[in-house]
Ligand binder design. Structure first.
Ligand SMILES: Cc1ncc(C[n+]2csc(CCOP(=O)(O)OP(=O)(O)O)c2C)c(N)n1
Ligand SMILES: [Mg+2]
Length: 362
């Protein structure tokens, strides 16, 4: 029998794009600039300043024994502000544990964010209508919730999307891959944003993956993936707005990798100087997302020193109000330890609750 020629053919070819709009000097590519007016850009800046003030105060409170363990968001404000500003009223936010800034912008009161990290379960009891999931400390678990909420919105025919955030480290969990796969198969109304801050506690990115980018992983699930400069609020906003449009209009999920850097320790229980170099941190401090946006505003005549002073004072005053609200909360009833996470308590927790209540005699 005569042999045949069976050439190897290319069955798939993938390109992953990176989007940058605002450079480190505060200059922008006007062609790529999203449609945001001056007031809105000033508001985004003020939101980022407020996040930084909230973060810095929490670190001080922890040192004074007035706060539990706090994971700082310093350096990651552009992602959180950019994503929040691209979202609409009916969209859901599914956070992990380093998302205080975006939770705040999506309607969780600051003193409740503090309360959660001070060990008070009432910190998860958000006001009605706030479409935010509780903090998820089990690394990666939130990705699956984001697929589930996105599927639910699709099945209900809601013109809304589920936006899930998580760290680079969480992309090594099976949960992440299952969530992306399921979202792709069912074309859920989901947007997934990786806050790639390049460290998972002491594990650097190159120990997390051999892939050049995290965004390219989207190809494996048949969904669009894009990398953005995560310290560039305009790039984050633009990529998220595009992904949200797609999700809301039945176009399916998107994976966004926002590359940033964790300027602080992993949490207040960590000392990052034991595993990473000062020079690396110093290099990223030069790329501070707040500084970058301020340079943009100043160079466009939209901001000056007096406005900066006023905004810093307002942010401090707001933080002081949140601390006062936190510290004036009446003592918690022990039964509340169980009440704010599940709509219906699973049997093992119902049992634990009965035991606790018997012990404290209430
Ligand atoms: C399932 C699980 N494994 C381990 C931990 C301990 N842990 C907490 S945060 C973290 C690293 C997370 O890194 P990354 O996803 O990059 O998020 P980042 O802390 O950088 O925001 C680990 C291993 C955990 N909370 N849950
Ligand atoms: Mg990380």
């Amino acid at each position: 029998m005569k042999g045949v020629r069976m050439p190897r053919t290319q069955v798939y070819n993938a390109v992953t794009e990176r989007l940058e709009i605002l450079d480190t000097s505060g200059a922008v590519d006007e062609d790529l600039m999203p449609d945001l007016d001056s007031d809105r850009i000033r508001k985004i800046y003020c939101d980022m300043v407020q996040m930084r003030a909230m973060d810095e105060k929490a670190l001080k409170l922890q040192r004074q024994g007035r706060m539990g363990t706090w994971p700082p968001i310093k350096g990651q404000e552009a992602i959180q502000a950019g994503v929040a500003h691209a979202m609409q009223q009916d969209d859901w936010l599914i956070p992990a544990f380093r998302e205080h800034g975006i939770m705040l912008l999506r309607g969780v009161p600051g003193h409740l964010i503090y309360a959660y990290w001070a060990g008070d379960e009432r910190g998860s009891a958000y006001p009605d209508g706030v479409r935010v999931f509780p903090v998820a400390v089990p690394v990666g678990s939130q990705w699956q919730h984001g697929t589930g909420v996105g599927l639910s919105l699709k099945l209900r025919g809601e013109k809304a999307a589920a936006v899930t955030l998580g760290g680079d480290g969480s992309t090594s969990e099976g949960d992440f891959h299952e969530a992306m796969n399921c979202a792709g198969v069912f074309q859920t109304n989901s947007v997934f944003v990786i806050q790639n801050n390049q460290w998972a506690i002491s594990i650097p990115l190159h120990r997390q993956t051999a892939a050049e980018t995290l965004a390219q992983k989207a190809h494996a699930y048949g969904i669009p993936g894009i990398q953005v400069d995560g310290n560039d609020v305009f790039a984050v906003y633009s990529a998220t707005a595009e992904a949200l449009d797609r999700a809301r209009s039945g176009g399916g999920p998107t994976l966004i990798e926002a590359v940033t850097y964790r300027l602080g320790d992993h949490t207040t229980a960590d000392d990052a100087s034991r595993y990473r170099k000062d020079e690396e941190v110093a290099k990223w401090e030069q790329r501070d997302p707040i500084l970058r946006l301020r340079q943009y505003l100043e160079s466009h005549g939209l901001w000056d020193e007096d406005q900066e002073q006023v905004q810093q004072e307002q942010a401090q005053a707001w933080v002081d109000e949140q601390v006062a609200a936190l510290e004036s909360m009446p003592p918690q009833d022990p039964s509340e330890i169980f009440t704010h996470m599940y709509a219906d308590l699973p049997p093992h927790l119902a049992e634990q609750m009965a035991e606790v209540l018997e012990e404290v005699g209430s």
